[in-house]
Design a binder for this molecule. Structure first.
Ligand code: ZN
Length: 152
């Protein structure tokens, strides 16, 4: 069934005629015959249509803006003149690991390393620390921690 535009006589698109339109998409005909919001079918796929109540112009604008495009569709970057194509988004670079926490004082470390450099074992280091600086409260666990940490 051919339907002609009541305004200009142009043949209407079949889909448009099926939707009950009797005028075409020309601005002049739209202007003259359009009456408020219309239900416009937006073809989504063959199995179904999504109906959008909106002015045809608005539907077209929204379609042009990609609103009805498949979500997550891969859109190739459009390289501008001289502008490198945007890189694919990458996971944020890992922050450098924070400096290891050193739950000991510089004084403790200095003494432990001093005895360590003298060739003492952790047990001996603890003993020497208790003798020479009991207030530093150096124990064997602390000695091991200090000696396994990189030097500051
Ligand atoms: Zn027309």
């Amino acid at each position: 069934m051919q339907v002609e535009c009541v305004g200009c006589g142009e043949e209407l698109l079949e889909e448009r005629a099926e939707l009950g339109y009797r005028y075409c998409l020309r601005p002049a005909c739209q202007e003259e015959y359009r009456r408020g919001p219309e239900v416009t079918a937006v073809g989504v796929n063959k199995s179904g249509e999504s109906f959008v109540v909106a002015e045809p112009d608005e539907v077209r604008r929204r379609a042009e803006a990609g609103e009805f495009a498949a979500k997550n569709a891969a859109v190739p970057p459009t390289p501008g003149a001289g502008v490198p194509a945007p890189r694919r988004p990458q996971p944020a670079p890992r922050r450098p690991a924070p400096a290891p926490v050193r739950p000991w004082t510089a004084q403790q470390e200095k003494l432990v390393r001093l005895y360590h450099d003298m060739g003492l074992s952790p047990r001996q280091i603890v003993d020497r620390c208790r003798e020479s600086a009991p207030r530093l409260r150096v124990d064997e666990r602390l000695v091991v921690k200090i000696l396994s940490a990189p030097r500051r």
